[in-house]
Design a protein around this ligand. Structure first.
Ligand code: HMG
Ligand code: MG
Length: 327
């Protein structure tokens, strides 16, 4: 039954790599995306159209988008690629590439094929003013005004509308304001973004400070505000080792979309000390133990996690990955 199906959004190529200090070669990033596509993952966050002064590692996102359109990766299923775009400048940089390949992708809402992937852009708001300032250099209200323009432009894009994901960061804890993030504030920002036309809200536990009871409280608050479970994705970082516990709570609540990063790679450059997202391997294994269907091959993602962590010289942060590898 579809109630047992879980959608995983692989954010490793973006969230996983954005914080790496050494420039990762374009070829490595493309190989990572190609290897991930083979494992059965359907949705891959592949890059970020942000200021290179702010996040230098994401500077070759135009080349990544270009390559994915010219050479769609071989995969057992149609793919969706997602790219962050915080403002019209970023979206227009994406449009520059898309306008060169107008027939290489499907429109939002249409069913993607193996030849023509679907594309999504992602805006990213904050639940606290301090994180908004650090991450976007503006207050929440200003960011929402910009996102309204970005969402509108993505929806009006010719010849194909783009799907839009909207993050809300620091929903369960803020590096500058602590644990005390008001869930009503999260609900307010989320409903504004949905009203603007966002197709999905990704709730970011940026700092990994989320706990089981507070995850439950947040989701109850969102439900009371009228946010539907099918419009919500959970984006857990595993800094405090609570990501799978919080995943269980969200699953029980009825959420069916979860972000994860192969090898547990990652961290946010504007969230000091934050580690990677919950590892894809760990989420796939966990879902399997529950009889949930992710469509993702566990051994496949374990191999990708082993490969990429060696490639960039990081410790493999996936507990399941290390166990399967016997490391
Ligand atoms: P700003 O400095 O206020 O921007 O930064 P500005 O509009 O004043 O422009 C300054 C310069 O940047 C100009 O260039 C612009 O053209 C350029 P100059 O005239 O000086 O040569 N610029 C751009 N260049 C390329 N792409 C763009 C762009 N926009 C302006 N899109 C800005 C504002 C939003 C650009 C900046 O704050 C920024 O890039 N922030 C992004 C920070 C970021 O990427 N953080 C990590 C991603 S979020 C995250 O990881 C959390 C998440 O995983 C969820 C979770 O875990 O919670 C999603
Ligand atoms: Mg993140």
């Amino acid at each position: 039954s579809s109630d047992y199906r879980v959608k995983l959004v692989e954010v490793g190529p973006r969230d996983g790599l954005q914080n790496e200090k050494r420039a990762i070669p374009l070829a490595t990033k493309l190989e990572l995306i190609e290897r991930l596509a083979k494992t059965g993952l359907t949705t891959i966050e592949a890059g970020s159209f942000v200021s290179p002064k702010w996040v230098p590692q994401m500077d070759n996102s135009s080349e990544i988008l270009q390559h994915l359109l010219q050479h769609p990766p071989a995969a057992p299923n149609p793919l969706t690629f997602s790219f962050l775009a915080p403002n019209l400048k970023g979206l227009n940089n994406a449009f520059t590439i898309l306008s060169q390949h107008p027939t290489a992708f499907t429109s939002a809402g249409a069913t993607p094929t193996k030849e023509k992937p679907a594309l999504e852009i992602a805006v990213f708001a904050s639940a606290t003013e301090s994180f908004s300032q650090r991450n976007l250099n503006c207050d929440i209200a200003t960011s929402l005004t910009r996102f309204r323009e970005v969402i509108q432009a993505a929806k009006d894009a010719q010849p194909h509308a783009l799907r839009v994901r909207a993050y809300v960061s620091v929903v369960l804890g803020c590096p500058f304001e602590g644990y005390d993030v008001d869930p009503h504030r999260v609900a307010h920002v989320a409903t504004e973004l949905l009203e603007m036309g966002a197709d999905e809200i990704a709730l970011g536990d940026t700092t990994g400070m989320g706990t089981a009871p507070r995850t439950k409280e947040l989701l109850n608050c969102l439900a009371k505000a009228g946010v539907r479970n099918e419009d919500v994705a959970m984006h857990f970082h595993d800094t405090y080792g609570q990501a799978l516990v919080n995943t269980a709570v969200a699953l029980e609540h009825g959420i069916r979309t979860f972000d994860c990063s192969v090898g547990g790679l990652g961290g946010c450059p504007y969230s000091p000390g934050a580690t990677g997202n919950v590892a894809t391997e760990d989420v796939v294994y966990f879902m399997e133990t529950l009889g949930m269907d992710t469509g993702v091959n566990l051994d496949g993602v374990v191999d990708v996690g082993d490969w990429i962590t060696r490639e960039i010289g990081k410790e493999n942060a996936s507990t399941v990955g290390k166990a399967v590898l016997g490391a």
